[in-house]
Design a protein around this ligand. Structure first.
Ligand SMILES: [Zn+2]
Length: 99
């Protein structure tokens, strides 16, 4: 059950500074009220609804999306650029009814 592949938070998390820079880049559009969970870039509500998801543990590690683990915090939207950098199995499409 707990043998799922993980990416520790220390390996994916950007510095606070870099996240703030990213958020500012896209802050001009007031509709951009959601953000990529990994880099902080803003995205529109619609984009975030359709965005790929990562599976996050309560400690902030990324978990294989297919894994069922006891410390899951749930699924969070990520931008397409960040999704591309993750290994196969660490992103998935949003559930139909998930908003
Ligand atoms: Zn991102």
């Amino acid at each position: 059950m707990n043998e799922a592949r993980r990416i520790p938070r220390s390996e994916w998390q950007l510095s606070i500074d870099q996240r703030e820079k990213n958020a500012k880049i896209s802050r001009r559009d007031a509709q951009h009220n959601q953000e990529c969970h990994l880099c902080g870039r803003k995205m529109s509500k619609k984009a975030s609804e359709n965005a790929l998801r990562v599976h996050m543990s309560v400690d902030g590690d990324l978990i294989e999306t297919s894994a069922e683990v006891s410390d899951s915090q749930g699924f969070f939207p990520v931008g397409s650029e960040c999704a591309k950098k993750l290994p196969v199995g660490f992103v998935r499409k949003p559930f139909r009814r998930e908003v």
